[in-house]
Design a protein around this ligand. Structure first.
Ligand SMILES: NC(=O)C1=CN([C@@H]2O[C@H](COP(=O)(O)OP(=O)(O)OC[C@H]3O[C@@H](n4cnc5c(N)ncnc54)[C@H](O)[C@@H]3O)[C@@H](O)[C@H]2O)C=CC1
Ligand SMILES: O=C(O)C(=O)[C@H](O)COP(=O)(O)O
Length: 382
């Protein structure tokens, strides 16, 4: 069996080579000729899996080690009888870590106090739910807009998009869609952004294209720069608009989901799906070999700080978004690489999820909030 896998899929050879020959490829540049005699195609979000790519090939299984599936022509795969599997939720914790690292950055650099502010989340899927749960457990005032989920009768505070636009912090976690009753392409356009008030913070870690970038620049001008922007995803990746980069606080190259564990979970989920498709037991590889532990297994928070500062210091000990922003700006300024965006992603400096690290502290109130934001907690030390 021939398996073609994106070279940026961690552990691909380790997991799949007992099933067949594994060839690693540049996913963005993948051609029809390369996949023609493959049986299995394993991709990440940069490969457009369409009729043009697969027609005439012998591919029978496509796996995407990602949450988003906007790069996959699902209708074509169904029509062609090609089995498809993705990795729902694999990096939801990583994206949530990114959101709180971004907010912590805004606190440390601009004194943005967000714990007592009104928080709005767009999209209540695996990521939106994780982010919502963290804010809710911290006692924040949090609401969510998701027209496809609002009939779920639960304790979740669903609101209209208009209400989300009145929030102090808005975190975007909707997929990129162009069809249906609630397409998200350009959903935050001129009309919506004109409703934002000065001082608002927007975190965009879903898909580029959900925010209209020209409208965002206009909004930034209208608010005379009094808006906080943390952007991980961009319209027209990998060719990002540097006029947008220049107005944002944090600019990162679509890496919100790039925790070591999140990326490994993506490969692991696709591996399990392929084994199931092939009716094979998962005998050769075990989960604990496929998903790494963190670099820092624990630390003790011994000094007392105001809550947002305490959170920022702990979160940034594990992951500080500023490092990814600095790297992006430096590389675009200094590098001779043709494709800086993809280079940054391919050479990403590994980071762990907050949950890989056990925090201990004498303060009960701090423990609760550190638990809420995603750390593991050592209760024995209290
Ligand atoms: N920046 C990054 O590295 C990453 C980005 N993503 C992106 O984040 C998106 C969300 O991830 P998940 O929560 O795991 O996906 P999911 O599929 O579990 O949930 C998406 C949610 O968005 C909702 N939604 C659909 N249209 C909407 C609209 N018009 N307004 C508001 N909500 C709407 C859906 O009802 C669903 O509840 C993914 O589709 C992917 O594109 C995911 C992982 C990493
Ligand atoms: O899971 C998703 O959806 C994502 O956006 C991925 O984390 C993006 O990573 P790549 O698939 O582009 O490497």
């Amino acid at each position: 069996m021939k398996i073609i896998a994106d070279e940026n899929m961690p552990n691909a050879e380790k997991l799949f080579s007992h099933l067949g020959s594994v060839e690693l490829v540049n996913g963005r540049a993948l051609t029809q000729a390369q996949v023609k005699d493959a049986d299995v195609l394993l991709v990440r979000s940069v490969t457009k899996v369409t009729r043009d790519l697969l027609e005439g090939s012998q591919v029978r299984f496509v796996g995407s080690a990602t949450i988003g599936v906007d790069h996959i022509d699902l209708d074509y795969l169904a029509e062609a009888g090609i089995v498809f599997s993705s990795a729902p939720g694999c990096n939801a914790e990583a994206v949530a870590d990114y959101v709180f690292s971004g907010l912590s950055y805004l606190y440390m650099t601009k004194k943005l106090q967000w714990l007592d502010k009104k928080i709005g989340i767009i999209g209540y899927g695996n990521v939106g739910k994780t982010v919502y749960a963290r804010f809710a457990q911290m006692g924040c005032r949090v609401c969510v807009y998701d027209p496809l989920k609002e009939s779920d009768t639960s304790s979740i505070h669903f609101v209209s998009l208009e209400e989300i636009l009145t929030c102090d912090v808005i975190s975007l976690h909707a997929p990129l869609t162009r069809d249906g009753d609630h397409p998200t392409k350009g959903m935050l356009g001129e009309k919506e952004l004109s409703k934002l008030s000065a001082g608002v913070a927007i975190i965009s870690a879903g898909r580029g294209g959900v925010i209209d970038e020209q409208a965002l620049i206009a909004c930034h001008q209208r608010l005379e720069g009094d808006i906080h922007l943390v952007l991980d995803v961009w319209d027209k990746e990998p060719d990002i608009n540097h006029n947008v980069v220049s107005i944002v606080d944090i600019a990162t190259p679509h890496i919100a989901g790039y925790s070591k564990q999140g990326r490994e979970k993506g490969t692991w989920m696709v591996y399990q799906a392929l084994c199931q498709h092939l009716k094979l037991d998962i005998v050769d590889v075990h989960k604990h070999d496929a998903i790494s532990a963190g670099w820092f297994s624990s630390f003790d928070m011994s000094v007392e700080f105001p809550q947002e500062e305490m959170l920022a210091r702990c979160i940034h000990a594990i992951y500080d978004v500023a490092r990814d922003d600095a790297r992006l700006r430096y590389k675009y300024r200094e590098s001779k690489e043709n494709n800086v965006f993809d280079w940054l992603r391919k050479h990403y400096v590994e980071r762990d999820e907050l949950n890989t690290c056990v925090v201990s502290t004498q303060k009960n109130a701090s423990l609760n909030i550190l638990d809420a934001v995603g750390f593991s907690i050592d209760t024995n030390k209290n």
